[in-house]
Design a protein around this ligand. Structure first.
Ligand SMILES: Nc1nc2c(ncn2[C@@H]2O[C@H](COP(=O)(O)OP(=O)(O)OP(=O)(O)O)[C@@H](O)[C@H]2O)c(=O)[nH]1
Ligand SMILES: [Mg+2]
Length: 397
């Protein structure tokens, strides 16, 4: 699972990325601080099914007080400006790094104090809803451009050789994870003769790019700098952007708390509505003041919103569930006796056989049945798994 963090310059993308990954990256109050994409690993929360008498031995996703932290890859890219596809700002070439992303989190400045080019102005000087619109068009221009490279020659060869449009698009957009269902949806909603690309007008291509992007790169909006705004502003933005999910957040507060937690100055669990200070005498006066301010923000918003934004993307937008594959359905262990070693993110609706393929191609091909670790019932190949299931796969040797 991979999520891209996008937005115009100076809205706090790298702060959000750093808060979630604790990777040290450049953060500064001016545009184009990030020049090359940053990659790191964040985590989402899932209840760990381990029993008190047999605690888990996590391999990929650590367990903290009954909560499993399941890894999600995150990519932070440079800021986009209007006209990026014409080379403005840092252009849009870096978006190629997002080809494999399953979804996008667009960070906006809820307080409306960054202009389109990221230069800071007074709060309320820009409308965050508008940048969601133009940024979407920059993404369309990016896909349109990929679609258009050497278009005429390839389009003709598709028709001459009687190739399928699906093949053509998949090759064009390699790695953009354009699914057959996305292409089918585009076929239904566009009145374009999709099987004859040489007859497409440039406008047809742009409309196709827009449709494919909608399916391949779903988006939520993380409204940052909420410390300088109000819940009423968030609600207004929500109403404007509906049906796109909007979560308010204060990335700066989250970054401070996670770093202070790492340094042992506070006790803070990401996503929590409050934190503790184990030893106030270890804090300087400015540190204490900063933490007081953060406590105010948490009280107003119910938390920093950072963890919620990520989880809204993974669960609400991308419809993922967590599954625990095991090799022994009684002890919930793998072949080495580790209890609930792996927590996997898979799409809602994943079948028992689908899970087998996900664990290993051989398991998928040799699949006989699966066994539910709780009920010990056999699950057929097409059985859709419930969230947080513990599943053993039985395969031919
Ligand atoms: N008030 C406030 N400031 C924030 C918050 N998050 C980030 N900032 C500040 O916003 C400025 C820009 O932050 P960055 O994380 O560098 O922004 P960016 O979107 O990555 O910027 P570019 O890489 O230049 O596109 C910095 O001065 C941050 O300290 C927040 O939640 N509240
Ligand atoms: Mg940045």
């Amino acid at each position: 699972m991979e999520i891209g963090v996008i937005g115009k310059p100076n809205v706090g993308k790298s702060t959000f990325f750093a808060a979630l990954t604790l990777v040290d990256v450049a953060i500064a109050p001016y545009p184009f601080t990030t020049i090359d994409p940053n990659r790191g690993v964040a985590a989402i929360r899932a209840p760990c099914p381990h029993r008190p008498e047999s605690p888990c031995t996590p391999g990929n996703a650590r367990c903290d007080g009954g909560v499993r932290w399941v890894p999600v890859n995150l990519i932070d890219v440079p800021g986009l400006v209007p006209g990026a596809h014409e080379g403005r700002g840092l252009g849009h070439k870096f978006l190629d790094d997002l080809r494999a992303a399953d979804g996008l989190i667009q960070v906006v400045d809820l307080s409306g104090s960054a202009a389109d080019d990221g230069t800071l102005a007074g709060a309320g000087s820009t409308d965050p809803a508008r940048e969601v619109e133009w940024l979407a068009e920059e993404l369309v221009a990016w896909v349109d451009e990929i679609l258009g490279r050497n278009f005429d020659r390839e389009a003709r060869s598709v028709e001459l050789e009687g190739k399928k449009l699906e093949e053509f698009l998949q090759r064009r957009l390699t790695g953009l994870s354009i699914s057959p269902s996305a292409i089918a949806a585009a076929r239904r909603s566009l009145a374009i003769d999709l099987d004859h690309p040489s007859r497409w007008t440039p406008e047809d291509r742009t409309r196709l790019a827009r449709e494919l992007l909608r399916a391949a790169k779903p988006r939520i909006v993380a409204a940052n700098k909420c410390d300088r705004s109000t819940p009423a502003e968030r609600d207004r933005l929500r109403a404007q952007l509906e049906p796109v999910p909007v979560e308010a957040m204060c990335a700066e507060a989250e970054l401070t708390l996670r770093r202070a937690n790492r340094a042992g100055l506070v006790r803070y669990r990401p996503g929590a509505p409050d934190f503790e200070i184990p030893d106030p005498t270890r804090l300087s006066a400015p540190q204490r003041r900063a933490l007081d301010e953060i406590r105010q923000i948490l009280a107003t918003w119910g938390g920093t919103g950072v963890q919620t934004a990520l989880e809204t993307a993974v669960f609400g937008l991308l419809h993922q569930i967590v599954i625990y594959p095991v090799e022994d359905e009684n002890h919930w262990t793998d072949s080495r006796g580790r209890v609930l070693p792996d927590a996997l993110l898979v799409p809602e609706g994943t079948t028992a056989r689908g899970l087998a393929y996900r664990v290993h191609t051989d398991l998928g091909e040799q699949f006989i049945r699966a066994i539910d670790g709780r009920s010990h019932r056999a699950l057929a190949a097409d059985h859709q798994l419930e969230p947080n299931s513990i599943v053993r796969i039985v395969a031919r040797k």
